[in-house]
Design a binder for this molecule. Sequence first.
Ligand code: PEP
Ligand code: MG
Length: 589
Amino acid sequence: MSSARKINGTAIAPGLAMGPVYVVRATPDVVPSWSLRSEEVEHEITRAREAVATVTAALEARRKRVAEETNERDAEIFSVHRTILEDPSAFGRIVEHIRDKRINAEACVQLLVEHLEQVMGGLDGDQAGRYGADVSEPWCAVIAELSSSERREVRASEERVVLAAVDLTPHVVTYLDRDRVLAILTETGGRFSHGGVLARSLGFPCVAAIPNLMSRLEKGLRVIVDGDRGTVQLDPDEESVDAFLERRRRHLARREALAVHAALPSITADGQLFAVQTNVEGLRDIETYDIDHTDGVGLFRTEFLHMERSEFPSEEEQYRVYRRLLELLEGRPVTLRTLDIGGDKRLSYFETPKETNPQLGWRGLRISLQWTDLLRVQLRAVLRASVHGDLRLLLPMVSSIEEVRETRRIFEGVRTQLIGQGYELAANVPVGIMVEVPSVLFVLSDILKEVDFVSVGTNDMVQYLLAADRDNPWVAHLYDPYHPAVLRALQQVAEASLRAGKPCSVCGEMAGDYATALILLGMGFTGVSMAPNFVGEVKYALRQVTMADARELARQALREDSGSGVRALLEEARRRLHDSLTGEETSQT
Ligand code: PEP
Ligand code: MG
């Protein structure tokens, strides 16, 4: 590969891909801004005009509906909004900005909004403030329409693309349908950020933390992405393309070899069963995945079901998804996690406060226990679906036994209500907790008396144990899943669960590394759950070893006094296991 146009970043998700770049400029709460070439100016004015017309028509339709369903007076606000959009001087201002500043329509409408809010803010009294919000609201709808029309344009084309963006967020990773994305490139982000986790889960090769990425790319530029090595080749020459094709051929051969192992039972060479389950973000993951390869869903991140929409899914919608998932799994366990939003997982339609330390803030179960109506809707859907398979409920971000008790109390209340309404429910829905917050490590034996299983979320547990934000590239070198403190915490969890006779698994990213999975087996964990892509490797490794081998590996890892010592040990184990599979390099780092 020639190096002139090669750029480096951090390898986030393995795999190789080649294709044209599509630059994702929008994030849900930032109005995108980019400069225009002179020949794009007229097209941009047309785009603005069309967006205003679309929103105007939608307002009129809403006015009619509200007038019919409620009354004329309540419908009046939509006429006011329509009149605001029809103001020729406002639209004239947008056109002027597009021509003079040569920036996109969204950014110009945003300038108008700021101008209107400034003018209204200058007037006296509450009334003026309220009027300011009213005046800008329809224009904000125009911005939203412009952003989604840009997305519709790329959706309408058939081409598969390499998505490039500033931040590695779940929004960017799910920007287009899965079958349209070849790979993901970003300027920031790390492997354990939720965007990184999602990219691995969806099987997209991903390279992040590429300095000045956006200034080096333009729409349509062809690139080769190497998610194993963390490199990107811009505008590759013939020699680079040939080398890419050859490596991809070897990759595919390896993947085929692993698929054979993925279909085999999850059992050690001396007959110990160890559950190898999958993490799922949505129904689509499971519908496109060879379901026979998994021992169940160890983690269904229900927040992604919420993120794909423009409002909270109803009880009925959730019920249908959970039921379908259970039916697809045909009796194998489905571990459904209650809504785990907050931190970097945000819903466009649910405003959460701006927090200085969002990772230490309003997240996961903390939100559910404050907004109990949301929790109740989800629990009703869960319980109604429970008759269709082996459903288990998992609680995220637990930090104390009181939270478990409170959730169980609500859960029982919902159960009683549903029975009263005549629903048929499973006799028992096991409830477990995610071990993520370090306080839980010290009270786990108490909590284990009140729950049925535990699952360690190492992505979060590592950040909290080591005080190193999983999303922050400045402390990425300190975020070390192999820090001895992390391994000793994991051992504590396994031992406490064994003593309590309750199953324990790991569903954080480290479980998808096949050598690490053997250490977890040796520690006493009863299973692991990971992105579907890694199941083949983990099963392959599992079937090569005896329990004595796994225990010895765990003992050696726990004796190490540094992360680098553990990594060297893992590297050696990987080499031994890997030599017998194929010659291609490992996909894990
Ligand atoms: C974890 O924290 O390890 C986990 C599995 O949950 P999430 O990555 O969704 O926070
Ligand atoms: Mg977590």
